[in-house]
Design a protein around this ligand. Structure first.
Ligand code: NAD
Ligand code: ZN
Length: 252
């Protein structure tokens, strides 16, 4: 299975990766399902919505600050590094991610398309103000503040710059993702349940335009029925091995 995947990758002309929360699980960032019971009595699906934010911005902000703090301490794992290395080798052309954790870029991936935003960015609920707290160096101060965060430009409430359930995806990122999927002759699908649309169209577009679908997941997902190769396992372990095999083939 993994040998077949390595051959397909080594032979591909335009490979892309499509990742979900599972790729960051070994970095200590729980998938949404992994959150159950971890965070008070609320399900993340009930907190990551515009309705929840309108009803109780304090609750939603404390959830997001808790996640920001957890994610800032997380480091990329072998799967993130392997994707960055495949890009440097010229094999992988882009990573399309549903994650908000920034770990692909931390690992060195350059062409990253974020479909669901970024946990370190905030934006104003009224004007066009946006800030990346990691880049502006204000993250520590932001996490310590107990009052609700306000826009420095207009004074309105700030919100996390992530896509909540029921909200549209950022148009430019989605268009870029679909363009890449149409060009791709192979997609590596890693750690996603493949049930969140429109993101889950990405592997389907690759398949429909004649490309190969390689999936890595400890469990079957919504993508498994269209996978040409399904590798059951954890992202870090499988990607470490896959990278070695591809390197071997590239040197032949
Ligand atoms: P998801 O829909 O991407 O599902 C997680 C998948 O990862 C499952 O199929 C599971 O079998 C698989 N998985 C678990 N451990 C794995 C491992 N070690 N290696 C490979 N695969 C593994 O994600 P979700 O948790 O249902 O969340 C839905 C959305 O919530 C995401 O698309 C994202 O926008 C957001 N989210 C982001 C993060 C993050 O940025 N790290 C974390 C949680 C949720
Ligand atoms: Zn504002």
């Amino acid at each position: 299975m993994i040998g077949e995947a390595a051959k397909l990758l080594a032979r591909s002309r335009f490979a892309i990766a499509f990742t979900g929360a599972g790729i960051s699980a070994e970095s200590g960032v729980p998938t949404f399902r992994g959150f159950n019971g971890l965070w008070k009595m609320h399900r993340p699906e009930e907190l990551a919505t515009p309705e929840a934010f309108r009803k109780d911005p304090h609750l939603v902000w404390s959830f997001y600050k808790w996640r920001m703090d957890l994610i800032r301490k997380a480091r990329p794992n072998r799967a993130h590094y392997a994707l960055a290395e495949l890009e440097r080798m010229g094999i992988l052309k882009a990573v399309i991610t549903q994650n908000v954790d920034d770990l692909h870029r931390e690992a060195g991936s350059r062409n990253v398309v974020e479909l669901h935003g970024n946990i370190f960015r905030v934006r104003c609920t009224s004007c066009s103000y946006r800030e990346n707290l990691k880049e502006s160096g204000r993250l520590d101060e932001f996490l310590k503040e107990r009052d609700l965060p306000k826009c420095p430009r207009c004074g309105s409430l700030l919100r996390p710059d992530v896509v909540w359930f029921g909200e549209p995806l950022p148009r430019k990122s989605l268009e870029e993702a679909f363009r890449l999927a149409e060009r791709a002759d192979l997609v590596l699908v890693i750690g996603t349940s493949g049930v969140v649309y429109p993101a889950a169209y990405v592997p389907q577009i690759v398949k429909e335009t004649g490309g190969k679908v390689i999936e890595i997941n400890p469990e079957e997902s919504g993508i498994t029925p269209i996978a040409d190769v399904f590798i059951r396992g954890k992202a870090g372990e499988v990607m470490g091995e896959l990278l070695e095999l591809v390197r071997g083939l590239a040197n032949e």
